[in-house]
Ligand binder design. Structure first.
Ligand code: NAD
Length: 459
């Protein structure tokens, strides 16, 4: 737990550091990022051990879904920070002759970054990279539910950055609350929709801009033209990754009634293939983060019809990959974000019916569509609103640094990754530079025939 007086001191030190211009030098920013990349490579084993302790993640899963994504983000910025920071020249209307216009990318200043527990390493360090590359100072508040990963991240931050540039404060919600009373220049939050609303309210008091990366119920639609075996393999992979505790995991499946049986069997087969018949005892299968979530998921399980899985290992807080079928729209499992390894499968007859099911949980973070029909894809994508997604795959859109990652409406606002991160953490400053040698007089009052000339020049 961090002392509030220490927090205040660090915030003050960061403000001074920024004001004095220490973050402006691009070479220094890139130098810090190179050191950061080196340290992550050196501490790879410790990071994996921590993710194993917090979530039971295997080394493979930890590398694929956490470490490699952060490494890619750092490498992207080592390569592109100079290019992204370049001032952009833009055209100027004739009426303002003689002048030149440009857009400059200026850092906001002090960034507050609050992160969750489900991908504690990636969801803390990926936005950090963009914030530092854009020239901000950063205060990090990771989740209290993943303490082992927080400890390693704290050590990495302390060995890579001076506290005036980046500081990490561990602790519970109280630390968040203390930080949120202070004025920051930008707040980047990843977490639940409910807490997102609190963050926005607190930010409003200081008119601080926010990027909110929230959750929701992400649908996965499978039509009758889909390649079922491939769809099932990919859905099973994406849903049960991190035992379903993934913000972009397919929350539920909406399958055409003519292929639902085939899909269920293929999902069942692939679940057993990836995690054995007894996943709840399989060492490489992650656990549920804490007792509260384990109890919540157990309750949902007891209220649903289980098609496959549904086994629990109470001591280790594990729940096996589970298919729930048949499911109706008014069941508890369809009421909120599941965030666990329970996959409800609903059916539809017509495209309109599938859309109606999705509309009941508006603006999800992700949407997945398995279909070989171009017209079905086009219709559905133009009728539904969601943060981002994939056609014929799940989850992987967030692993492409060239795609902005973020939600819409209930699932958040703003986005990041790669170039988009740089824009998110920068203010686009507009500048028009005019020559002081010539002064076109017709804009001033009482110029003869002003209106006629203005219409000619301004159109
Ligand atoms: P959470 O909202 O409970 O907590 C997130 C962070 O906010 C933590 O650091 C926590 O300490 C802090 N916090 C909690 N309550 C607070 C309060 N009242 N005031 C100030 N700070 C507070 O979320 P979680 O349980 O850690 O994570 C799960 C949620 O996050 C899910 O809803 C999931 O969908 C979402 N999520 C979204 C993304 C994304 O990229 N969009 C990624 C991962 C998780």
């Amino acid at each position: 737990m961090t002392d509030p007086a220490k927090i205040m001191q660090v915030i003050e030190d960061q403000r001074t550091f920024f004001k004095e211009g220490h973050t402006r030098n691009l070479k220094t920013r890139v130098m810090y990022l190179k050191g950061f990349l080196r340290e992550i490579s050196l501490r790879e084993k410790d990071i994996m051990k921590a993710l194993q302790a917090d979530l039971g993640k295997s080394d493979g899963e930890a590398y694929m879904t956490e470490i490699s994504l952060v490494r890619e983000e750092i490498r992207y910025f080592i390569k592109n920070t100079y290019k992204l920071s370049r001032t952009k020249r833009v055209k100027t209307p004739l009426a303002h002759f003689p002048s030149a216009s440009r857009i400059e990318y200026h850092p906001y200043g002090g960034v507050l970054l609050i992160s969750p527990w489900n991908y504690p390493f990636q969801l803390t360090f990926a936005p950090l990279v963009g914030a530092v590359a854009a020239g901000n100072t950063v205060i990090i508040k990771p989740s209290e539910d993943s303490p082992a990963t927080t400890q390693v991240m704290k050590e990495i931050v302390e060995s890579c950055f001076p506290p005036e540039l980046v500081a990490l404060f561990d602790g519970d919600v109280e630390v968040s609350r203390t930080l949120l009373e202070e004025k920051f220049d930008f707040i980047f939050f990843t977490g639940s929709t409910g807490v997102g609303k609190i963050i926005m309210e607190k930010a409003a008091a200081h008119l601080t801009p926010v990027c909110l990366e929230l959750g929701g119920k992400s649908p996965c639609i499978v039509d009758e033209t889909a390649r079922i075996e491939t769809a099932a393999r990919r859905i099973a992979w994406g849903k049960f990754l991190n035992a379903g505790q993934t913000c972009v995991a397919p929350d539920y499946v909406v399958a055409h009634e003519s292929i639902v049986e085939e899909l269920l069997e293929a999902l069942k087969r692939n679940m057993a293939l990836f995690y054995t018949e007894k996943a709840e005892h399989y060492a490489d299968y992650p656990k549920i983060i804490n007792q509260r979530h384990f109890d919540r998921l157990s309750e949902l399980l007891s209220q649903s019809k289980i098609y496959a899985g549904g086994e629990r290992q109470v001591e280790e807080q594990k729940i096996s990959p589970t298919l729930l079928y048949p499911v109706q729209g008014d069941e508890p499992i369809m009421a909120g974000e599941i965030f666990g390894p329970l996959l409800p499968i609903m059916t539809y007859k017509t495209r309109e019916e599938a859309e109606e099911i999705v509309h009941r949980h508006p603006t999800p973070l992700a949407l997945y569509l398995f279909s070989e029909s171009k017209s079905f894809q086009t219709e559905l994508l133009s009728n539904l609103s969601f943060g981002g997604g994939c056609i014929n795959d799940v989850v992987v859109h967030l692993a492409n640094a060239n795609l902005p990652f973020g939600g819409i409406g209930q699932s958040g606002m703003g986005s990041y990754h790669g170039k988009k991160s740089f824009q998110t953490f920068s203010h686009e400053r507009a500048l028009l530079k005019k020559s002081a040698l010539i002064d076109t007089p017709f804009r001033y009052h009482r110029y003869p025939n002003q209106l006629k000339i203005l219409k000619k020049v301004m159109g």
